[in-house]
Design a protein around this ligand. Structure first.
Ligand SMILES: Cc1ncc(COP(=O)(O)O)c(C=O)c1O
Length: 401
């Protein structure tokens, strides 16, 4: 028996289904099997050249030392102005901390805000890390399920019913991973009116997919500027500027929370890479114009969304809410459960369905259960049109023959 034990907090964690899928796909590929993965959580585009050049310049000019905790003032000011303009409010550099991706921004925010027993309201379907990060912080996730019928958006009434005196955080993610759902201004305002009556609640608005929308985008603080003192905006360069590996994220909000977050950073990661910070600066201070690159990417994603949406909807037993943002579709496969598929398998759950598609169609998809929504699957269309068509043909053949 081992004398060394792991910390108790690990027992609360759920392994990431998207990472698990990546492992299975890699194992099949190693056997020479041509697997098409719809698992990617990142744009398939390269980081724009101007950003790469700024990163190379940073290395060549020795910008390779420690920076201030949470990023240099110049970068924090650029982010404050950029996000302030998006949200229609004024932020100062002291209201920003730059982090190792949006993921660290969220984690630090949970650590700064939550103690054991505190409750974090998370709408489902949810991005998996919200739940596990809240748990690591000692908090209790309170899951509120949004239905497909309601466009995967929870209602203000559902939120009101979930709030207790222990509620510390409401997690908002629009556009959503995994559903691509985007809340309307009216829906956000109704939610804001509920939150307003509870001044102890912080809204963590994860806007990481804000650049990838196919509908007019209602931004939380534009709709609820009266809740600025109760809001943390989380965002970053990973999706908008195809910079996932660089680790460039940030959190913007009330200075006393940002100071607390920097306090944790000062004893943990200090800051994201100095090279990453230098590379991202021109994208945020406006010295390079990213709009053409972003528009090109969004146009490509929109075409792919339309194609994958049409192909999925043509399969009997599958229904789809057309996503209005991000690069995921979240089809309802409940109509296929309990029925014998053309590949000879009868699935009773979405987990079994995802496994059957990997085995018989050689396509990688993630079960909805992993996102708190059994009966659905998530497919990322951040892959080429050619692979989308080929993967969908395989899926259709495995289901209907
Ligand atoms: C909803 C959501 N929030 C945050 C993140 C984290 O982004 P980053 O790569 O900047 O840490 C992701 C990444 O997949 C995401 O889907």
């Amino acid at each position: 028996m081992r004398s060394i034990r792991l910390s108790e907090r690990l027992s609360r964690l759920t392994p990431s289904a998207t990472t698990a899928l990546g492992g299975k796909v890699a194992a099949l590929k190693a056997q020479g099997i041509n697997v098409i993965s719809f698992g990617a959580g990142e744009p398939d585009f390269a980081t724009p050249d101007a950003i790469k050049a700024a990163g190379i310049h940073a290395i060549e000019t020795n910008q390779t030392k420690y920076t201030p905790i949470g990023g240099p003032a110049e970068l924090r000011k650029a982010v404050a102005d950029h996000i302030g303009a998006d949200c229609g409010v004024a932020f100062t550099a002291n209201q920003v901390s730059v982090t190792n991706g949006a993921k660290e921004a969220l984690f630090l925010a949970f650590l700064a805000l939550c103690d054991a027993g505190d409750e974090v309201i998370i709408p489902a379907p949810y991005w998996v890390s919200y739940v596990d990060q809240a748990k690591i912080a000692g908090a209790t996730p309170v899951i509120v399920s949004a239905t497909a019928e309601n466009g995967f958006r929870i209602t203000a009434a559902q939120l009101a019913a979930a709030i207790t005196p222990k509620t510390r955080v409401f997690m908002l993610n629009s556009p959503s991973n995994p559903t691509g759902a985007v809340y309307s201004a009216a829906e956000l305002r109704a939610i804001a009116d509920v939150i307003k009556a509870h001044p102890q609640i912080v809204v963590m608005s994860d806007e990481i997919y804000d650049a990838i929308v196919y509908t007019p985008y209602a931004r939380w603080l534009r709709v609820a500027p009266d809740l600025i003192d109760q809001t943390l905006v989380i965002n970053g360069a990973s999706k908008a500027f195809a910079m996932t590996g660089w680790r460039m994220g940030f959190v913007v909000g009330p200075q006393f929370i940002i100071d607390a977050i920097k306090g944790i950073q000062s004893h943990s990661t200090s800051h994201t890479s100095s090279i990453t910070q230098a590379a991202a600066l021109p994208a945020y201070d406006g010295s390079i114009d990213m709009s053409a690159e972003v528009t090109k990417m969004v146009q490509a994603f929109r075409q792919r969304r339309d194609v994958i949406g049409e192909l999925l909807s043509s399969i009997p037993g599958i229904t789809l809410n057309v996503p209005e943002g991000a690069f995921y579709v979240f089809p309802d496969i409940r109509g296929l459960l309990g029925k014998k598929l053309a590949c000879g398998v009868t699935c009773t759950t979405d987990d079994e369905f995802a496994a059957a598609m990997l085995e018989h169609a050689h396509i990688g998809i993630v079960s909805g259960s992993a996102f708190g929504a059994p009966g659905f699957v998530r497919m990322s269309y951040a892959t080429s049109m050619e692979l989308i068509r080929e993967g969908m043909a395989r899926m259709s053949k495995a289901i209907v023959g």
